[in-house]
Design a protein around this ligand. Sequence first.
Ligand code: PLP
Length: 469
Amino acid sequence: MEYAEIMKRKNEILSRPVQPIPKDKLEKEHKLYAQRCKKSIEIFEKAKELIPGGVEHNLSQNKPFPLAMDRAKGYKIWDVDGNEYIDYLMCGAPIMLGHGFADLDEKVIEVIRQKGPATGLTSEYELLAAAEIIKHMPGVDMVRFLQSGTEADMAALRIARAYTGKQKIIKIGGSYHGWSDQLVYSIHIPQTGAMESKGIPVECFAHIVDVNPNDFEGLEKAFKDNHAKGGIAGVMVEPIGGESGAHPVHPDWNKTIRQLCDKYEALMIFDEVVTGFRLDIGGAQKLYNIIPDLTVLGKIITHGYPSSGAVAGKKDIMKVCAGSLGEKVFVGGTLAANPISMAACYHALKLMEEHDAIGKATAYANRLTKELNNLFATRPDLGFFVYNFGAIMHYMTTAFFSVDLKAQDALMQILTRKQIADDYQVITMSHGLCTLAGTRMYTCMQHDEAALKQTLQVWEYLLSLIPKN
Ligand SMILES: Cc1ncc(COP(=O)(O)O)c(C=O)c1O
């Protein structure tokens, strides 16, 4: 679906009242969910005493309680009560080959058995992994491995400032670049500023310049206005738009950022934590032929194995990370580039290429997007729709991410719309679909006809619970 069509349909959803599930039906569904997930509830009750909020992970459905998972294989996951789900969370994006992919797991197990988990020193696998990334990504000549996407984003800011000698970073509203102090600004929803920044001193945002997505004028103004105030060192971009495309970008947006970065001598930083090795084997940069100066990578490069992150880019820029003490940009991590993660990275990327994992996951996502839109077309009163960027699918039911903050009742709108999206998600989850945040689905190369059929059935059931207008 094209950008203009997505925006038009989002606005249509926002212009109508939300469509709740009638109370009696919703209560019945909650009861059913609680009955089939007794052990998850027990674990949650115990976890609340030990872990703040009773849950570490905030990606999936955590209301009314989070599910405790037992195991995963292929495109399926099972909770501790033995309920089976079609997984569209895919651990928040990294799983492309399918869960528990034997050829990958065996290689990693071999490293553990033969080499041990870590020495704190370089291993040959680090080189192999770096070479594999460099082979595919046109904007990458050198790679510095770190331990998470958050760390890699932090490092990218530091490298951009060190290289350009400038101070300011443009961050696009609504985008997510991890949880470091400087970047928890206008996250999730554009224009929310420091709303989610409890515990972060406001000074941390002194050099962050917030620009709204697709605000072409505002973007150039930010470059001009900050010229005398330390200058723009870099622009941090999620190439398919904030929140992995929940805020899609105008077809000219990335191109314009590239041009303005060149004009004002700033670095273009692509955060490819989700798009790298999911959208295309060469990332968004290859697919769209827009070459960033720095690339941030994360969870997908190790296919879900821990300690996963990297900042990468052109040689002359990346060289600021090398040199003697006091001269180089300080980045690091004790367990960064450990042999397990590096072996996982090297073999995962090789296997993904060999199996055309991205091609298969994309073909399935294209099909499911089409079929779901056909199904949603049977309920024009709702306006639901789906769009995808390859193996990254977004479904819009209440569009709570896109509420205009200038509206008088914006906060109430967001809360109400989010609540109803959560209610829908309880039902899809309870009937066997695991999705992300009530708005997103990631696919892997193993999703098949049976998964497609069952997914459509669950959505058909959800639609049947919403009264016709
Ligand atoms: C685009 C993007 N950047 C950065 C991150 C942070 O990565 P991590 O959770 O590994 O710190 C995420 C996580 O979802 C992400 O989606």
